[in-house]
Ligand binder design. Structure first.
Ligand SMILES: N[C@@H](CCC(=O)N[C@@H](CS)C(=O)NCC(=O)O)C(=O)O
Length: 214
């Protein structure tokens, strides 16, 4: 199966770590694509009208997205323990943790637009503050809940790949005053699934717009 991926996407890395943890990473052919809402990638749009990665091309259902849907698909392909628990408290705890992790990535990307990616005159400081607050509040909640022991699940995978991305992009430091979260992350980072999938590369937003003459 082909996975349209990106070497610096937390959402894409989540699906690849998931495949490693499920023991089926060798079934994926990973093709890296650069994507940005300001730099159209026609090959990605051909399989996802949102122009985003990851996208998994499946034999029976064609292209599927987004990352949690891909993880769900992969979870049905192996005979081991489900990484997305099917029922009960375990299921909702794993999915809730996944939601926080997903929100960290969403807020981190929004913050990068306000601090780096958007041309400086168009940045809006209240948005920068608002997105930073989401990160810090989430870090505090995670510190209360850490460590995330128990069998590896989609929540832990989503969280580890999100934290690794926040660190990779030098976004607000989750380790500061959060020793339990930092320790859990350090231990999870030692897993072979994480070591095999380190981030690299830069976002490519396309050429800066030409200023309007006046
Ligand atoms: N909710 C999606 C988010 C995917 C996403 O935003 N991917 C980024 C790469 S990190 C992307 O392709 N962005 C291009 C765009 O926003 O146009 C998921 O979980 O897969």
């Amino acid at each position: 199966m082909t996975l349209f991926s990106q070497s610096h996407s937390p959402y894409a890395r989540k699906t690849i770590v998931f495949a490693h943890e499920a023991g089926i990473a060798d079934r994926l052919v990973i093709i890296d694509h650069e994507t940005s809402p300001t730099n159209r990638n026609p090959a990605v749009f051909a399989v996802n009208p949102l122009g985003k990665v990851p996208v998994l091309i499946t034999p029976e259902a064609g292209a599927i997205f987004d990352s949690l849907v891909i993880c769900d698909y992969l979870d049905a392909l192996h005979t081991g323990r489900r990484l997305i628990p099917a029922t009960g408290a375990e299921r909702w705890q794993a999915l809730r943790l996944h939601s926080v992790a997903q929100g960290l990535c969403d807020a981190g990307i929004a913050l990068r637009w306000e601090t780096l990616r958007r041309p400086e005159p168009l940045r809006y400081p209240p948005l920068q503050e608002g997105q930073t607050a989401k990160l810090l509040e989430s870090y505090d909640l995670l510190e209360q809940q850490a460590p995330f022991d128990g069998p590896v699940d989609v929540g832990q995978i989503g969280l580890a790949t999100a934290l690794a991305w926040l660190e990779f992009r030098a976004l607000p430091d989750f380790r500061a005053r959060r020793p339990r979260l930092a320790r859990w992350y350090q231990e999870f980072s030692e897993r072979s699934s994480m070591r095999a999938t380190a981030y690299h590369g830069e976002t490519q937003d396309g050429p800066a717009p030409t200023p309007i003459a006046g």
